[in-house]
Design a protein around this ligand. Structure first.
Ligand code: F6R
Length: 609
């Protein structure tokens, strides 16, 4: 939450910072600001609202200077307004600070600083940092920053500039992400790599408790305590075009459309030519450890949690060991009991979700081996895991997760096949059969994407409904939850996902002529049960939107709309079904003129509890 960018070099900083902020806007978008240094003084421009509002202000009042910091905010302390926007400065306006995270003890620090004569201009926790640096400054900025940090409790990534140091940026990482981008005659700090990809692919990932002191030609990394740190840069193979809309009206639509390529690339990288084995080169957990695993628990939030729920069906089917799934924020606060030889799988697109990190730490404390399924390279989750499997879905910018979800599902299938082989739960012939079926998925998704007529009709005719119900059974039950989440987060229409079998235990009371019900009724072992539910909805005048398998003509008799997916093994059906659900949500949100990529109140990476 909140995005930070810093630039030092020979170019004008303003356009570089603005460009970087646009890439980071998914992290928060209630206000934004930049500060630059010119002729020995700090100048700040900030504005309530999105980057576009800041850009307008800068058109009228541009900032010069070849060093600066930028910030896009997701409010925690203090309402989203201009004075609470970052950067924040000290009493003399000489020190500017941008911050991502929370200063937990800011109230007591603020009170003390005010008693000492410091004057505050905002209601944020961040402003205390600027005043603390001012307080401790005695001709050494680095020392003052270290002293200030010693006073702070909480999680933070910081960028600091000072009028007295016109060629220095200091960046600090403590439990919130910060990367260093290395250029030629220029250097960057940023909350994530997408913000600097246009300028460099050479990235250094700061670890917790580290700081960077950079000028345009050099970068010095130390611990916050001052011990020098040697760290090599990593070459990132992401392309800037992956972080741009490339002609699509929204990132979300672009990311939905990328799914055939994402799935294909996962399969190409992870499956052997002869379809008899699966590779996870970065897994690191030894096979003999994995083969002894007796139970699995999955922790994740939001969409990643739904992937985890689906993972339970997949893993129990193929590995034949018990799997429990928890929302991270629940797992960390109950007293979970992990059996002997437990494997905890954390699933996270960003790799920075605070609750998921906390639940991994709790699982580790309880003795589990931690495996993480993550998209963002070098993220905190990857550093705290015993093993990692990257989804390699490329940057996901739309706040609503789409391609990361299908990539997570793909990895769960492949990991289940791998574990099933290790534990002797699936035969070699079965592995070959499953991996061959998976190879069909990219074409199946591409076919779906090529014909969106029914989905467009649904969105045109149903977008003004107040509430939607989503029903699914068995392995597609998690998709019912995911379909409802997608719709509510981007269209602001209330939606509930239910296991179809539960319909008679409550939700059926909601059904009337104004209630659209999305029914996942693809060919499966539970198809007949699902069609019975559909008839129950129809006989109560509900609007039935069925997702069914091509060739199923019968379902038309009981449905108002039928969205067909190509035939696919029931086990793999969640992937094409998810794509249909994403498109339904997308087009309904567009019809309602919603801000699809940046829905209100949300942020892509939830780094606070
Ligand atoms: C929904 C969505 C969120 C995330 C959740 C977890 O579309 O994107 O529900 O899935 O915040 O985020 P990660 O996967 O980054 O841990």
């Amino acid at each position: 939450m909140c995005g930070i960018i810093g630039y030092i070099g020979n170019e004008q900083a303003q356009p570089i910072l603005l460009e970087g902020l646009k890439q980071l806007e998914y992290r928060g978008y209630d206000s934004a600001g930049i500060a630059t240094l010119i002729k020995g003084s700090v100048s700040v421009r900030k504005e309530k609202g999105k980057i576009a509002a800041l850009e307008k202000l800068l058109d009228k009042k541009p900032l010069k200077g070849t060093i600066g910091l930028g910030h896009t905010r997701w409010a925690t302390h203090g309402i989203p307004n201009q004075s609470n926007a970052h950067p924040h400065v000290d009493c003399h306006g000489d020190i500017a600070v941008v911050h991502n995270g929370i200063v937990e003890n800011y109230e007591e620090l603020k009170e003390k600083l005010m008693q000492e004569g410091h004057r505050f201009n905002s209601a944020t926790d961040t402003e205390v940092i600027a005043h603390l640096i001012e307080k401790f400054y005695k001709d050494d900025l680095e020392a003052a920053v270290r002293a200030a940090i010693r006073e702070i409790k909480g999680s933070f990534a910081l960028g600091v500039i000072s009028a007295k140091y016109p060629d220095t940026i200091i960046g600090i990482r403590y439990a919130s992400p910060l990367v260093i981008g290395l250029g030629k005659g220029e250097n960057f700090i940023a909350s994530d790599i997408t913000a600097v990809l246009k300028h460099t692919k050479d990235i250094i990932f700061l670890e917790d408790n580290e700081m960077v002191i950079m000028n345009k030609d050099s970068v010095k990394i130390t611990t916050i305590g001052g011990r020098p740190v040697q760290r090599d840069a990593v070459k990132i193979n992401w392309d800037i075009s992956q972080a741009q809309k490339s002609g699509y009206p929204h990132f979300m639509l672009k990311e939905i459309a990328e799914q055939p390529t994402v799935v294909e690339s996962i399969l190409n990288h992870r499956v052997s030519q002869g379809k008899e084995s699966v590779y996870f080169e970065e897994l690191k957990i030894q096979e003999d450890v994995l083969s002894k695993i007796e139970n699995i628990n999955i922790v994740a939030c939001g969409t990643a949690y739904h992937a985890g729920l689906c993972g339970k069906y997949i893993l129990e089917e193929l590995v034949k060991i018990p799997v429990a799934v928890d929302v991270s924020s629940e797992f960390r606060y109950r007293n979970p009991i992990l059996g002997k030889n437990a494997l905890t799988i954390s699933i996270s697109q960003s790799g920075e979700t605070a609750d998921t990190l906390a639940s991994m730490r709790e699982a580790k404390r309880l003795g589990a081996t931690i495996l993480s399924i993550v998209n963002v390279l070098g993220s905190t989750v990857t550093r705290e895991s015993d093993g990692i499997i990257y989804t390699h879905a490329g940057p996901e910018i739309g706040v609503a997760s789409t391609k990361a979800y299908t990539a997570q599902l793909c990895i769960l299938y492949l990991f289940a096949i791998y574990m099933g082989m290790l534990k002797g739960a699936v035969s070699q012939q079965k592995v070959k059969e499953l991996l061959s079926q998976m190879q069909q998925l990219p074409q199946i998704i591409a076919k779906l994407l090529a014909d969106q007529k029914v989905i467009l009709k649904v969105s045109k005719e149903q977008h003004n409904k107040k509430c939607f119900l989503y029903l699914g059974r068995n392995i597609n039950f998690p998709n019912a939850l995911e379909g409802a989440l997608k719709l509510k987060e981007i269209s602001y229409i209330h939606a509930e996902g239910y296991a179809s079998g539960e319909m008679k235990h409550g939700p059926i009371a909601l059904i009337d002529k104004d209630m659209p019900v999305v029914c996942i009724a693809t060919a499966s072992s539970v198809y007949d049960k699902m069609t019975s539910n559909i008839q129950e909805i129809k006989s109560r005048s509900g609007i039935v939107i069925s997702i069914a398998t091509e060739g199923d003509e019968r379902i038309k008799h009981h449905s108002d709309y039928v969205i067909y997916i190509p035939p696919v093994n029931e086990l793999f059906s969640p992937i094409p079904v998810a794509v249909c659900l994403q498109l339904i949500a997308y087009y309904i949100a567009v019809k309602n003129n919603r801000d699809v990529d940046q829905p209100r109140n949300l942020a892509k990476s939830v780094t606070v509890e």
